[in-house]
Design a protein. Structure first.
Lengths: 320, 320
């Protein structure tokens, strides 16, 4: 058994979006069609399934989370002035900023529409977790924007940022799956712990792949360094570096004059010398262990436990 | 008795917003503090009151609607590139576009948080009307953006646009007030009819005041004409005008070279000559009558019926 509902999710996204007609939905259909691993709805379905509920019964709210995730991509891409996403034009590039703001806004409402298409007895729990999560995702994005203007970002603050910006939505998915499947009381919180910690390990891998990954999905390798983005690699390196090396790092991360290739290589050399990879793997392992610990406390079957653990491990070993 | 909860609403907005701390909420507190007539929450409170529920019991969801309304102002002001609102800087002017997008986004979630702080038995109805309304408001804004690129806007399309962009949210308030006060079944729909039709008359008055109103709240008189905005005045005039006058109107509404004062006067002369004011008043009366008709069908007291009718009339007679 594995968490692999991608095809089923794609079909249902298509079906669900075909109900929405009008110019405002064209960018919605576009961003929802240019790929993505569908990790979030997949985890919601898998959690419900592990508690005995057929994936098709929780498909609509699962798609709601994916719509919300894509809403955040559309608006974040404006804020980051990103021209491309997954090798395709971003919404504000293909249309314009106004259209990207507005189509993003309508996606927020669409997400709620989907999330709330559940039985009445689940409605309150679904609303509570989703209200909390949408706010946290915005606050996480705020921290990310704030960090751009700081020369130094504290390690704990950085972890808080990626937790809010990315991990809580993954946690919300496993939480919702448990709620919708009437998991034994309290297990929704364990599944949330799994999701959040898995999400942290996942996001750290994202930072890693920006520099050490392959470029097959059209990402610019080292883009974060070119853009002076202080990712976990930078923060771990800064913590560990001598005061001399810190100055060099600060220098590179506050200018845009150096030839990009040279800059990436120089920074990479520092990271390698400090063995940041090793630290990063230790950090991932910490969150991975917390995720595994939470899973072991649940009452799901041993094979399902293995499935969730394998899935988390797979995310850490992914190359793109 | 009258619908006048402004002071009470202001106090409760302050109280409610003080729970939110962090940089992302500064623009939220700012936009929520620079005034506004609080028509929407006021109508929600008044409706609940007419059905026997104390205004304080429905205050939180009422504030939720006001937060959503202000969210839409923040994002619309970006799209309209508006520098001022109520004589004060708009959020994207005072901060920047990214901050205005993000603080707007968090308001969307805050609105849902407030709207859903109701008893469980009311939750489904509240969610349904709010999901429907948030989507409609976005679609209304889309139509408004689309109209900018059209040389001619159909009368019915224009009414649909202002209905979606403005009136349905007012209707949602009176609907929610009825729901939360457990009004007799079906009366929430009558109150919705009242709100939507009152909102249409209200919005037409807004178009009128842009040209014929006073400038005491810092609005530029004739701003819609300067910006080539096809309001109800233009649409009624275009319908009625000779083909010759139509060309003149089209000319003015497709250029930005004429001296603004002269342009406003020339267009105003055309409107006056065609007696557009008279047509506009007839149109307002149509929606006012529909609002009154709906109120009369409800079971609220005669004095409350009078209150709602007086309130609608007051909106039509307002000078700013």
């Amino acid at each position: 058994m594995s968490i692999d509902y991608q095809q089923l999710i794609e079909e249902n996204i298509q079906k669900s979006l075909s109900d929405y007609q009008g110019a405002i939905y064209d960018p919605v259909k576009y961003i929802m069609s240019i790929g993505g691993k569908r990790i979030r709805p997949g985890l919601l379905l898998a959690t419900a399934k592990a508690y005995g509920i057929d994936e098709n019964e929780v498909m609509i709210p699962a798609i709601g989370v994916e719509i919300f995730h894509n809403f955040s991509l559309v608006h974040d891409d404006i804020m980051d002035a990103a021209a491309l996403r997954r090798s395709e034009e971003t919404v504000h590039t293909k249309w314009n900023i106004n259209q990207a703001i507005l189509s993003g806004d309508v996606m927020f409402g669409m997400a709620y529409e989907h999330i709330t298409r559940v039985e009445d007895r689940h409605l309150r729990s679904m609303i509570n977790i989703f209200n909390k999560t949408t706010t946290e995702v915005c606050v996480g994005q705020q921290l990310d924007l704030d960090f751009e203007n700081l020369s130094f970002v504290d390690f704990d603050k950085y972890i808080e940022m990626i937790k809010l910006k990315t991990s809580v939505l993954i946690g919300a998915c496993t939480y919702m799956g448990a709620i919708l499947a009437d998991a034994p009381q309290g297990e929704e919180k364990l599944m949330y712990e799994y999701g959040v910690n898995m999400g942290l390990a996942f996001q750290i891998q994202d930072d890693y792949l920006d520099l050490y990954g392959s470029d097959i999905i059209g990402k610019t390798i080292g883009g974060d360094i070119i853009n002076n983005k202080k990712t976990i690699l930078y923060i771990l390196a800064y913590q560990k570096a001598s005061s001399e090396t810190r100055l060099v790092l600060e220098g590179y991360f506050s200018e845009r004059d150096t030839d990009p290739k040279k800059k990436i290589q120089k920074v990479k050399d520092i990271f390698n010398k400090l063995n940041i990879n090793g630290d990063m793997i230790k950090l991932q392992e910490k969150y991975f262990d917390l995720a595994v610990e939470a899973i072991h406390k649940t009452s799901i079957s041993i094979s399902d436990k293995e499935m969730f653990i394998d899935y988390a491990e797979m995310q850490l070993k992914r190359e793109y």
